[in-house]
Write a protein of this length. Structure first.
Ligand code: DC
Length: 215
């Protein structure tokens, strides 16, 4: 990376289990960038409330917790559990929580040489001036299959019909909220990973990032 060059920001948005996480980690490793799964910031806020027995519907309190979050200690293995995801999608509708977390996410992105951030509103709200934006999707069946495999790999049991219903409920909440709903930025490249393996998705993204870096 050239000294003096502005930070490189790669924005990756899309619904749950579309393959954003793996793609983001691969891109970050390839380009030597930091990586932030911003879903973990919402999950960590929700988990801190749950752990302290605090209510999930007190916006001022949730925003205080969000402001005190340490982004360096986010651990997906602890935060991945279903109840934390459910609670996260409730605190994610609160504008004050979003404001606090977006500020922390932008500070993370400002650290040289830049970062890959994945979430729901990176290209639209957090980093609208990103070098390049991707919107990663897959069919509900493809996403449920991927989520099922993750759960089974982790030693759990999973029912595909339950997972599809759960993903649809989560998507509806993410897409319908008033503040920063899930939607592709106008200038995002769409990547549908239903048929594509993650390797093909990474290659497609890499070609586009290389082209953006040359400009
Ligand atoms: O991607 P995930 O399942 O870890 O996200 C957890 C919740 O946080 C999910 O309901 C969407 C929400 N979220 C958000 O609103 N904005 C982001 N940038 C990332 C996640």
């Amino acid at each position: 990376m050239n000294p003096g060059r502005p930070n490189i920001i790669i924005a990756i948005d899309g619904p749950a289990a579309a393959g954003k996480g793996t793609l983001s980690r691969r891109l970050a490793a390839h380009y030597g960038l930091h990586h932030l799964d911003t879903g973990l910031t919402y999950r960590a806020t929700a988990k801190a409330l749950l752990d302290r027995g605090l209510p999930l519907d007190d916006e001022a309190l949730a925003a205080d917790v969000a402001r005190g979050l340490d982004l360096s200690g986010l651990d997906r293995s602890v935060l991945a559990v279903h109840d934390v995801g459910e609670a996260a999608s409730k605190v994610a509708v609160m504008p004050k929580v979003r404001r606090a977390l977006v500020e922390a996410q932008r500070a993370f992105a400002a650290d040289p040489p830049g970062a890959v951030l994945d979430g729901r509103d990176i290209g639209t709200v957090v980093c609208p001036d990103a070098l390049i934006k991707f919107y990663v999707t897959a069919s509900p069946q493809g996403r449920a299959r991927r989520r099922c495999e993750e759960v089974i790999r982790g030693g759990g049991t999973a029912d595909i019909a339950d997972i599809i219903a759960d993903l649809q409920k989560r998507d509806a909440r993410d897409a319908a909220r008033e503040d920063s709903p899930l939607r592709p930025a106008d200038d995002a490249h769409l990547l549908d990973t239903t048929e594509m393996g993650i390797e093909a998705a990474f290659e497609a993204a890499r070609v586009l990032v290389d082209a953006a870096l040359e400009h």
